[in-house]
Design a protein around this ligand. Sequence first.
Ligand code: TRP
Length: 445
Amino acid sequence: MSVQREHWGSRLGFILASAGSAVGLGNVWKFPYMAGTNGGGAFLVIYLGCVLFFGLALVMAELAIGRTTQSNPVGAFRKLAGRHWSVVGGLGVATAFIILSFYIVVAGWTLAYVVFMATDTFGGLGVEQNTTIFKDFVASPIQPLVYAAVFTVLMIGVVMGGVSSGIERASKWLMPLLFVLLIVLAVRSVTLPGAMEGVSFYLLPDWSQVTGATWGGAVSQAFFSLSLGMGAMLTYGSYMSEEQNLPRDASIVVGLDTLVALLAGLVILPAVFSAGLEPSAGPGLTFMTLPAVFAQMPAGAIFGIAFFVLLAIAALTSAVSLLEVVVSYFVDEKGFSRAGASIGASLVIFMIGVPVSLSQGLWSDITIGGKNFLDLADFMTSSVMMPIGGLFIALFAGWFMGPRAVEALKSHPAQSMPLAGLWLFILRFIAPLGIAWILLQGLLG
Ligand code: TRP
């Protein structure tokens, strides 16, 4: 293996690409409805706790494993520990397929909303009609799949372009723009009539709302939002150079991701209350609410178009990181060409995406354990496979690698690492016990 592995063009390139992976539909589509379904403020606090107490530590662990092995997830575990552990990497590759199967569907909804905003579909209609438009759209059999297909083609295009040309360039300018737009929207949203009720729902914890589901939801949301537990961060770490200050850059990425989620909540939930919607409306919440916010802004159509374009791009940079896990595995381990792996994997993903999309309409009656295909794909990955992956990654870095993990964290020339002991303690005890306990809660009911 004498081929030099491709690396990020610059430190900023890495941060933007990793933040691009983390910031996506998880922040803007999923976080607000998770907070809305799981009790608002209490969910917010528990979520922040999850990010702080093991999210950051796990991001660092994945990046360190990736950088020190310079490998895809399967190869990384095999290099460090042999065949048995490489199963953790394999689980990650499988997880990526399932996440992408619903990610492309929801990303397709985002693309459709660009068109809807541009063609004035919502006009001055109220939230009730907007909700109907959303439900009718996602329930139609063909249209959403066409948008999902368009998104899939865009995703293949970026991944085939390779790491530094495709992914980095896409992330560099557009993510800051999305951020600015979210701030503008938050200002509009909290000043809508009746919005304050939403602000207090979101920011003032009501602890009586906390159940096992709140904890489970917060953990799975943290995994999903931080792109954890399935090797995406590990893969991005494998393109990192030894000089990079890993803990610092990891903190920046985690901080940005959290900030965007917090802001998205502050856009959606006040608007939900202002419009008299139920915060627990579920996966359609963001799409049902936002058109009403744009309708009450000067030049709302322009803001609306810009917003959904940027959200689609945020989704693209996330999807790319998921596909990259799959592609780097098939290229490194199975000798596929980059193009062949990208296209082949995407075809499979799209085929799994078909029942996911149909589950919003034609096939909405088909449920497994009370969940339609979209909910099931989300649940299996965010609430089961990724936490299990994260559990093993924590155990692996904490116990199997131990002091070697700390070495992998350090940049060269040797960096001092004052909190290394705390990091190992989290990986050895807090993360595995916490995740295992919450997993069991979620699975037992
Ligand atoms: N974190 C992204 C989001 O919030 C989704 C994502 C990208 C992801 N890569 C991942 C989720 C890897 C889990 C694992 O939208």
